[in-house]
Design a protein. Structure first.
Length: 144
């Protein structure tokens, strides 16, 4: 008999940006949420939750590039060495670093109001989406 081969299993569809998202809004009336000296690590667990302990904080090396971000500012950073970042079905060659604690793809955003609709208005990764001002103290840097 002739050999048979199974058809390859197609890859699952890539979700749209609004299909897979999670966020938590911390209002001024809620318990204090202070990120000083803390780190968040998101680790997929093949479930509806994310669980991981933080054992150390990343330290930039001497090759880290300092950014001069003002209040409610954003700057584009092009990825080096031909690196491309796939995100919800689109491949990006750069990212916009926002001074208010997020990265956006495709275009800049200078919003400082953290709402679910604002977060989902652009392809975005928000570590701490809040009204920050690095020009008043602190430093934003990136390393590739």
């Amino acid at each position: 008999p002739a050999p048979t081969t199974a058809a390859p299993t197609p890859a699952p569809p890539v979700p749209s940006p609004g299909a897979v998202a999670f966020h938590e809004v911390f209002s001024s009336g809620s318990a204090a949420f202070d990120m000083v000296g803390k780190s968040l690590t998101l680790s997929p667990q093949n479930s509806c939750g994310v669980v991981a302990a933080v054992s150390s904080f990343p330290n930039p090396t001497g090759s880290a590039q300092a950014m001069q971000l003002g209040d409610d500012d954003s700057q584009e950073v092009s990825f080096s060495s031909g690196f491309l970042f796939p995100f919800f079905g689109t491949v990006y060659s750069s990212v916009y670093v926002g001074s208010n604690g997020y990265l956006t793809f495709g275009s800049a955003d200078r919003s400082y109001t953290a709402t679910a609709s604002r977060h989902n208005s652009k392809p975005r990764v928000s570590a701490v989406f809040t009204d920050l001002n690095p020009s008043a103290g602190g430093q934003v840097s990136y390393q590739q």
